[in-house]
Design a protein around this ligand. Structure first.
Ligand SMILES: C[C@H]1O[C@@H](n2cnc3c(N)ncnc32)[C@H](O)[C@@H]1O
Ligand SMILES: [Zn+2]
Length: 448
């Protein structure tokens, strides 16, 4: 497809170009071929989108999700993380089927399209199903199988095989929209020997690693009690944070550390030195009362920070606009400094920073990059007036202002209409799967 977007206000996120008040974008198949001010030269376009009254910007990147968990939205709220996982979530997940994860993932993709998220990093089970949902829905996904070893070698071997198979079968599929990582769940659910083995496999396969780190104070205390050091230093002792391609002289494969709440100055220094990327999930951290990640300090130290929602059982949605606003407000309150985490920084976290771990050719609108972008409706009461576009996006705009989405040069939603999925079929099937899943869990509990 050869697409022209005209009459657009454009936020490129490209440092050398910035904002264009009235301009155009030409999309040639999956790539952006031209961006400029004013009106473009005429061409043989298959499609012309008149973006008058809209902002065109890069799509949002949600760097930490458990998409299959969308079926567990609101399933168990208001609990402490350990009980929540061990008493409610894991028993429910034990009943999940491949079909559940397919419809749960597709529902997640649908919600992400509606709220402007073009790319996400996921860690879950039955990942073939999530991959199929990504393939079908047209968005971009960096997928990992969540390996929970539980310090049991046999279990670890079986988990490792599943993680490895996902990487081998899906890396680069769907025209590169699907990429993969290894996903050891966390330093308090996997041994360091297991995590070290996973790191070697990631280096061998040239993919990154997605892991939960220092989410709760309980994790910090348990690690200190068991090993005398925190999770970051524990894994540093096996060189985990320094994951590189064979022959490379520097840390070159992405390590995506979700949460990173209980970080010391020393931990932050390690992340900055080794180039670890943090996925900050403020809403999940607030809901589970996990704590406040020292994001301002991490950014000052040079750590690449991105934003994520976490799964739908701890958020309870996939709305990155809520995540952006919460991230900004929480750092201000925590540091008692209203200049902390300004709007522009937050928008960068949610776009180009996230793109660094998913696809470096996205996250910024410029010729040669992939056409992953969204149109935000500015003809809305909450969009008048706009003195600063970053301020609008973080503090006033909402996910439901997203009217059009293009990923990999393909239109997924136009003027609020989803073009790639039968929205009602997805909602109906996901709803049924969720009801049946909860019924199975209840029946099983009765038998116990
Ligand atoms: C991949 C695994 O991670 C679990 N999971 C979901 N949310 C969290 C969280 N906030 N912290 C730790 N694990 C989580 C999923 O329930 C699944 O078991
Ligand atoms: Zn998580």
């Amino acid at each position: 497809m050869f697409i022209l977007i005209k009459n657009a206000r454009i936020l490129t996120l490209d440092d050398s170009c910035g904002e264009i008040q009235n301009g155009y974008i030409v999309i040639d198949n999956e790539f952006i071929s031209k961006i400029g001010a004013g009106t473009p030269i005429s061409g043989n376009y298959d499609k012309i989108i008149d973006a008058a009254g809209s902002l065109v910007m890069p799509g949002l990147s949600n760097t930490h999700t458990h998409l299959g968990m969308t079926l567990l939205r609101g399933y168990a709220d208001d609990m402490i993380l350990k009980d929540w996982l061990e008493k409610e979530i894991w028993p429910a997940e034990a009943e999940l089927t491949a079909e559940d994860v397919y419809w749960g993932s597709l529902l997640g993709c649908l919600e992400m399209i509606r709220f402007g998220t073009t790319a996400f990093c996921d860690m879950y089970f039955f990942m073939d199903e999530t991959a199929k949902a990504v393939e079908k829905s047209g968005i971009r996904g960096c997928l990992s199988y969540g390996m929970i070893e539980l310090f049991d070698e046999e279990r670890g071997n079986a988990e490792f095989i599943k993680g490895e198979r996902l990487v081998r079968e899906w890396q680069g599929k769907a025209n590169g929209r699907i990429t993969t990582m290894y996903g050891p769940h966390a330093p308090n659910t996997c041994s360091k020997e297991f995590i070290a083995k996973v790191k070697k496999a990631a280096e061998r396969d040239g993919v990154g690693v997605h892991i939960h780190v220092l989410e709760t104070e309980d994790e910090l205390n348990t690690m200190k009690k068991n090993y005398g050091v925190c999770s970051v230093h524990h894994l540093d002792s096996v060189g985990f944070w320094d994951t590189r391609l064979p022959g490379s002289d520097k840390s070159s494969l992405p390590i995506l550390a979700a949460h990173s709440v209980w970080m010391s100055e020393g931990d932050i220094k390690i992340f900055a030195e080794k180039g670890v990327t943090v996925s900050h999930n403020p809403i999940s951290n607030m809901k589970l009362a996990s704590g406040i990640a020292p994001i301002q300090k991490m950014i000052q130290a040079g750590v690449l920070v991105t934003l994520g929602t976490d799964g739908c059982a701890s958020n309870n949605n996939l709305n990155m606009f809520e995540e952006m606003k919460t991230a900004a407000l929480l750092q201000k309150l925590d540091t008692k400094d209203p200049t902390a985490l300004p709007a522009k920084t937050v928008v960068e976290m949610a776009t180009k920073n996230g793109a660094q771990v998913i696809d470096k050719k996205t996250g910024v609108l410029k010729p040669g990059n992939k056409a992953d972008l969204i149109l935000i409706d500015l003809k809305k009461a909450n969009a008048i007036p706009i003195f600063d576009i970053y301020s609008h996006l973080v503090y006033s705009a909402s996910g439901s202002d997203v009217k059009t989405m293009i990923v990999d040069g393909k239109i997924l939603m136009e003027d609020y209409k989803i073009l790639v999925l039968d929205e009602y079929e997805v909602m109906k099937n996901a709803h049924e799967c969720a009801q049946n899943l909860v019924k199975r869990v209840k029946d099983k509990n009765k038998m116990l």
